[in-house]
Design a protein around this ligand. Structure first.
Ligand SMILES: [Fe+2]
Ligand SMILES: [Fe+2]
Length: 194
């Protein structure tokens, strides 16, 4: 699905459903981190690549709105937003790109890693939209799934526009294989990427 080379173990959804406040708190932080990442890409790269401004401003706004919606679900499920924790998946994925990142433009890797994170989120939201017991949350995740799948395509398109189709696709294939190793190695947990 969406360029991913490894399917999430279906047992994950039962673990996530068993701790909805924990899942929603982690998810709320993921949305904030997505907004922050879009803003950080703008700060670092939009001078050299002004075509990033419009889509990434819109993305930061949309991810901030997602944060607000997830935070409302968190409150209504009796959870509290704690301090953000390190996302082991994002940390390990970023580390795998560093193995040979000097051979590739930094922006290319940042865009493709963002595409993979969006794709993995969409894959997980698909499982939640299919299997959570609560109908309202299933609909909530079905809606977010469509947004994150669109963001996956946005980041791949931006990578291809900025660096050419062939270069972006070849690097995506490499990073997608490494993402599969990272995702398969993490223990299953009630978090979006765990
Ligand atoms: Fe989002
Ligand atoms: Fe997203």
């Amino acid at each position: 699905m969406l360029g991913l080379a490894h399917d999430t173990d279906p047992a994950w959804v039962g673990i996530a459903a068993g701790d909805l406040p924990g899942l929603l708190a982690d998810h709320a932080h993921c949305e904030l981190k997505a907004a922050q990442s879009a803003l950080s890409l703008l700060a670092r790269f939009s001078g050299e690549h002004p075509h990033l401004v419009e889509p990434l401003v819109a993305l930061a706004q949309e991810e901030t709105e997602h944060f607000q919606r997830v935070e409302q679900q968190l409150e209504s499920h009796g959870g509290v937003l704690g301090m953000p924790e390190v996302d082991g998946y994002v940390r390990d994925l970023t580390a795998t790109a560093r193995r040979d990142h000097k051979n590739f433009p930094m922006l290319l890797d940042r865009l493709l890693i963002s595409a993979l994170i969006e794709a993995r989120s969409a894959e997980r939201f698909h499982l939640l939209a299919e299997h959570l017991p609560e109908a309202e949350l299933r609909a909530f995740y079905a809606d977010l799934l469509a947004s994150e799948a669109r963001h996956y395509r946005l980041f791949r398109d931006l990578a291809e526009q900025s660096f050419g189709e062939d270069a972006a696709r070849a690097r995506f294939t490499t990073l997608s294989q490494r993402e599969a190793e990272v995702a398969a190695a993490l223990p299953l947990a009630p978090t979006v990427h765990g």
